[in-house]
Design a protein around this ligand. Structure first.
Ligand SMILES: Cc1cc2nc3c(=O)[nH]c(=O)nc-3n(C[C@H](O)[C@H](O)[C@H](O)COP(=O)(O)O)c2cc1C
Length: 311
């Protein structure tokens, strides 16, 4: 069965969960446009998640999902809320969801863990999940080592459940490339940072528009928690401190609340501006629906052009 039929969506597109960013405004817009909107529950308390889910239900009658960050202290509570509220689809990040998958599956929820290696994908398949999101290192936010190009091909060959490609996809070319590698869907995060509906300050959106292909950098490699952000004074300071091997506690102090500074205060100097390498290919702030419609219209055009390149 195709991913779109399995999930009841028009386009095989997941809007990547983005902590403190993908709330009901963006999520409902994506689902109404025919993709799968995903609420990022990382850092939310139970009441906030319930409010976000209910607000989404008010704004769309289409399916949407919740992303569960497994290292959260209140993960048990968040899982229960997702089940109580009848959310049909879940993605998971930041760890293995093995302790929660049986409960989610028993509740009839479709589960799509985000993975960064073939080994993780195979372990997830053995748990009986419905698909995996294979996220390459070019993505914004917390990342693994393999590139989307290498990862999606190898994961697609290693598992028989649907693979959703994530990392570096903003247009029809990225969609076609992902499908050529074996994916059945795409997950897109950074592109939606430059959408009209995303609830972040204008300064964040403009930082994504201003970024070039080499404007991102990875912080946190030394503490094994790599995060891709747009270069700014904050990331420069962090990297200098990493280079000087300062104690981890000092690094944590520097990053404490730093995403919030960017997302809520629009502080582009002291905040962490999480975004992917593909930012350089984003040139306009547009409504979600036109972004998604154009991506798939362009994908069809690209596929028509392909044979002309070969012969
Ligand atoms: C600002 C930002 C925050 C993110 N937060 C999360 C998160 O909370 N949970 C998660 O599983 N992935 C998170 N991601 C990853 C996205 O869900 C998605 O997989 C990624 O953005 C896809 O790559 P792209 O940025 O190149 O489109 C985040 C990405 C960004 C850019």
């Amino acid at each position: 069965m195709s991913l779109t039929k399995l999930l009841g969506i028009k386009y095989p597109l997941f809007q990547g969960a983005m902590a403190q960013i993908s709330r009901y405004e963006l999520v409902s817009a994506v689902s109404n446009a025919g993709g799968l909107g995903i609420i990022a529950s990382g850092a939310m308390d139970g009441a906030t998640l319930r409010y976000q889910i209910q607000a989404c239900k008010e704004l769309t009658d289409k399916p949407f999902a919740v992303n569960l960050m497994l290292m959260m202290d209140n993960i048990e509570e968040l899982v229960d809320i997702v089940i109580e509220e009848g959310v049909p689809i879940v993605t998971t990040g930041a760890g293995t969801p093995k302790d929660h998958v049986p409960k989610l599956l028993a509740a009839g929820i479709k589960v799509f863990p985000v993975i960064a290696t073939v080994d993780q994908a195979q372990k997830m398949e053995a748990l009986g999940v419905h698909g995996v999101v294979a996220e390459g290192t070019e993505a914004g936010g917390h990342i693994g080592e393999s590139s989307t190009m290498s990862l999606v091909l190898q994961v697609s060959e290693a598992v028989s459940i649907p693979v959703i490609a994530a990392g570096g996809i903003v247009n029809g070319r990225g969609i076609v490339a992902s499908f050529a590698l074996g994916a059945q869907g795409v997950q897109v995060g950074t592109r939606f940072l430059a959408s009209e509906e995303v609830p972040i300050p204008e300064s964040y959106k403009l930082a994504v528009l201003a970024a070039k292909d080499d404007s991102t950098v990875v912080t946190g490699r030394t503490s094994r928690a790599p995060v891709r952000v747009i270069k700014n004074p904050m990331s420069k300071k962090y990297l200098e401190m990493e280079y000087l091997k300062v104690p981890r506690s000092e690094l944590e102090e520097l990053t404490m609340g730093s995403l919030r500074k960017a997302v809520v205060n629009g502080d582009m100097v002291n905040g962490s501006i999480m975004a992917g390498q593909i930012s350089g290919a984003i040139h306009s702030i547009r409504p979600v629906k036109s972004i998604i419609d154009d991506m798939f219209a362009e994908a069809e055009e690209v596929m028509k052009e392909m044979p002309k390149i070969f012969y």
